[in-house]
Ligand binder design. Sequence first.
Ligand code: RFL
Ligand code: PHB
Length: 390
Amino acid sequence: MRTQVVIIGAGPSGLLLSQLLHLAGIASVVLERRSAQHVLSRIRAGVLEQGLADMLERAGVGARMHAEGLPHDGFAISVGETRLRIDLKALTGGKSVLVYGQTEITRDLMEAHAERDADVIYEADHVTPLGFDGDTPKVSYMREGVTHEINCDFICGCDGFHGVSRSSVPDQAFTVFEKVYPFGWLGILAHVPPVDHELIYANHARGFALASMRSHALSRYYIQVPTSTHTDDWPDKAIWQELKTRLGDEAASAMETGPSIEKGIAPLRSFVCEPLRFGRLFLAGDAGHIVPPTGAKGLNLAASDIHYLSEALIEYYGEKSQAGLDAYSQKALARIWKAERFSWWMTMLLHQFPTLGPFDARMQRAEMDYLVSSRAAQTALAENYVGLPY
Ligand code: RFL
Ligand code: PHB
């Protein structure tokens, strides 16, 4: 079998890339290790920058997002007794973000793929990118016990942090920059109305908490927990109590509680792989970088990678020019590092660090005091939160 581009991974990065390539007349095959149902069951991101929303619209999958997504013009930060509203719209000259679940984006993309009978192969085992350092790359995989090979021009590794693409590259060909934080986020989803119409990020003496949402009837909450925590350690009742404590009295009195319909723990990590191109293999999204979720940047960064990569591939096939492909890694990394900085900064501001000394604790407090008192500091935060330009 032969195609132009093999895409490994049917998460948002892989599905969006194949959709944009299809609209430009470029053929691709997507190989996904899990079932479609499993991919849809992962509850992840919820905050979309305008750039991602625009891309989804260009990809022809924006209708439900526009109908059901919730525009957010601001959010709150609560540290100790201090509560600050970041007025995104006023601080950025009219920009905002859209609350719409990653699960819904994935569902919309899957439907678009099904409508055009796209080549997305789920439950593909032992996916292996081969020969990408030469001119004849291919990808092998197994399905229902049978081995297949697809010859192609390019391989796009959109297979997330634990995927096979990055691990197929020799260690000496790339450099990893990494910071692992000494805690994770325990997240729950519940069929209750959000505690507020905007998100609330809180840094309490007992740790970080976030009140988020997916709709007017579906809430998403997170609390900082030690890395060793298991979900069994936290029955729903204890989570609601902890959220009330950490989010403060005003939120506690407005909070509606109910049984969780999903509960999971995500470790917090900053990670960048340099470069993102190895011959005819390109990495995009979580395959190439991870941010802690505090700044809501992971999915949005995946989208900007896909923007640069799809443009480069379209240029290659349309104009027979390699220039975009040659520039991909550098262009994507320039934006990635800025989002890494912002996510690291928000993480440092809003969490309790068990190993922080008294000096660093005062630095954290001074950072918050400065944010409260300075419109310039709030503008810098808002500009990054709504998303830096592509
Ligand atoms: P994904 O979504 O991990 O998809 C990769 C796909 O590749 C498949 N795969 C393989 N397929 C074939 N062969 C193999 N060997 C394979 N290995 C893996 C996987 O099954 C999967 O289907 O990566 P992608 O597409 O790059 O998308 C990245 C985003 O999912 C991620 O950055 C965000 O979810 C991060 N994130 C957030 N980002 C935001 O922009 N805003 C947010 O509000 C936000 N909140 C979050 C988040 C991530 C979280 N967790 C759980 C890490 C909140 C949380 C709690
Ligand atoms: C979410 O709703 O899942 C969410 C929102 C904001 C974040 C991270 C996650 O910063």
